[in-house]
Ligand binder design. Structure first.
Ligand code: C2O
Ligand code: CU
Ligand code: CU
Length: 526
């Protein structure tokens, strides 16, 4: 990115930033921050579709192009595609393999997965497997670009890569490929609902908004043995808000439509909120459900929007029974009446629809939304039933990380700074200059301190939430996490054990507008 342009642009927001530094009151009153929602609504320029008119799509599962004794090989072409999202109006999108969400990849623990991504989009891309325990060269470092196939390197991209080449720090930013790149995932990790998405430095927000996101599910024997709802009663649910321009395209407040300068216009720097809630790419869809248990793998793939999900009417005596978190199965099921889900978080829940009478319409609602953003999707209960094994009382073993044995405690401040934008420990992202050098094999405690809502994500290894403001973790912090919702004026302590792969990885805010404007940092494992 051009630091000069960014700094000049940020001067326009310095009044807000100074007030924010002084406590956030002005920013809160200005409307940049709503009480429960970071970000600002970008209204669609088309009439909003009516909720509950279309069936819930389920993304196609990608078949490997070949498999051998150790490895499954997949191929994905990133390409523009015309999607049908709104009634009667086509939407030009950026897609993985022609669909949004992209095709679902399935892996088994211990079997290597190689994904060859071919970029035929008009812009460079980077692919990150979110939640993947992945060596650095396949982790989607933000400067490791795949240049468009057949295109030439735009001057500003070449300059960008060169700009970082002088930095020391163990990583050589800008391992650029042209046309395609193989990402190798060893899959030395337990069953979990992962997702893949774009991760290009400064341009992740627009790329994901335009459609570059998909599921990658990992399966293992431990989970199979539990006989959880499976087949078409195991459904990935990608929730993402979007806005649409008059011509049906995805509307996004880029500061530079040519994507030379990253970021969004000033009013949206705290996050872009859409007014259309898409689930698996369809607006407010409906799923016809049998009177049986369903496993819903909830993912918030929104750029900035947080949701408080609930069933309406609530399931008598039940609700949303959480069986897994970002990093796979919990120790035991955990019943919630509402679930707060921040960008990039996953909640794996089981809902027992046999508790409802046939003919009931059960809505999944968002208690942080207003108007139509208070709706997400609906389930129409049929009279078909299944013989369900009940949920086991015990799901898995989670070894608690002991913070008392941490090798190091580090503190990271997530803050808006008048002259720098969104920062970590006072710095906007500086590729190649790590803020921490954890030793492999050790556990560390990281204190994440926040001014506003920041869903903080750490690459490479999952973590456990130890405390919030020196109190016990919250109701949504159970199990292995890779993203934690750090709320205004909170200090969240997490414990992480660094394992297996030496190299440079990132921690960052997963509000994608914050990430692009540059709330990200490298850490280097040694
Ligand atoms: Cu889902 Cu570094 O991101
Ligand atoms: Cu990640
Ligand atoms: Cu943030």
């Amino acid at each position: 990115m051009s630091p000069r342009i960014t700094r000049r642009r940020l001067l326009g927001t310095s009044a807000a930033a100074v007030a924010a530094a002084a406590g956030g009151g002005w920013l809160a009153r200005s409307g940049l921050l709503g009480p429960g929602e970071p970000g600002r609504l970008l209204p669609s320029q088309v009439p909003l579709p009516r909720p509950y008119q279309v069936p819930l799509p389920v993304p196609p599962v990608l078949a490997p192009v070949r498999s051998d004794a150790t490895t499954d090989y997949h191929e994905i072409t990133q390409r523009p595609a015309t999607l049908s999202i709104l009634p009667g109006l086509p939407t030009e999108a950026w897609t993985y393999h022609g669909s949004f969400p992209g095709p679902t990849i399935r892996s088994r623990t211990g079997r290597r997965t190689v994904v060859r991504h071919r970029n035929t989009l008009p812009h460079p891309t980077v692919v990150h497997l979110h939640g993947g325990h992945t060596p650095a060269d396949s982790d989607g470092y933000p400067a490791d670009l795949i240049m468009p196939a057949g295109g030439s390197t735009p001057a500003h991209v070449g300059h960008h890569a060169g700009h970082h080449a002088g930095h020391h720090g163990g990583h050589e930013p800008g391992r650029i490929s042209v046309g395609e790149r193989d990402y190798t995932y060893p899959m030395r990790q337990r069953a979990a609902s992962l997702w893949y998405h774009d991760h290009r430095h400064g341009h992740t927000g627009v790329a994901v908004w335009r459609g570059l996101a998909g599921f990658h599910l990992v399966h293992d024997d431990e989970e199979d043995a539990l006989r959880l709802p499976a087949g078409d009663r195991d459904i990935p649910i990608m929730i993402a808000d979007r806005s649409f321009a008059a011509n049906g395209s995805l509307r996004y407040p880029l500061i530079d439509p040519d994507l030379r300068t990253p970021g969004v216009t000033d009013p949206y720097m705290n996050g872009v909120l859409g007014d259309v809630i898409l689930v698996n790419g369809a607006p407010w869809p409906v799923l016809r459900t049998d009177r049986a248990r369903y496993r819903l793998r909830l993912l918030n793939a929104s750029n900035a929007r947080r949701y408080r999900l609930a069933l309406d009417p609530p399931a008598p005596g039940g609700g949303l029974v959480q069986i897994g978190s970002d990093g796979g199965l919990l120790h035991r099921p955990l019943t919630h009446h509402t679930i707060d889900i921040a960008p990039a978080e996953r909640f794996d829940v089981v809902v027992d629809f046999s508790r409802y009478r046939p003919g009931t319409r059960v809505r999944l609602v968002n208690r942080l939304g207003t108007g139509q953003t208070a709706h997400v999707m609906a389930f129409d209960i049929t009279d078909a039933t299944h013989d369900d094994p009940g949920l086991p009382e015990r799901l898995s073993h989670i070894e608690p990380l002991d913070p008392a044995r941490a090798a190091v405690t580090r503190t990271f401040h997530f803050q808006l700074r008048p002259d720098h934008g969104w920062t970590i420990n006072g710095h906007p992202y500086r590729p190649g200059r790590p803020l921490a050098r954890p030793r492999l094999g050790t556990t560390e405690v990281w204190r994440l301190i926040s001014d506003f809502h920041h869903p903080v994500h750490v690459h490479l290894d999952p973590f456990q939430v130890i405390s919030r403001n020196n109190r016990a973790p919250g109701p949504y912090d159970a199990g292995w996490k890779d993203t934690v919702d750090v709320r205004p004026s909170e200090a969240v302590e997490i414990a992480i054990r660094f394992t297996d792969y030496a190299g440079t990885f990132m921690l960052h805010c997963h509000n994608l507008e914050h990430e692009d404007m540059a709330m990200m940092a490298d850490f280097t494992t040694t």
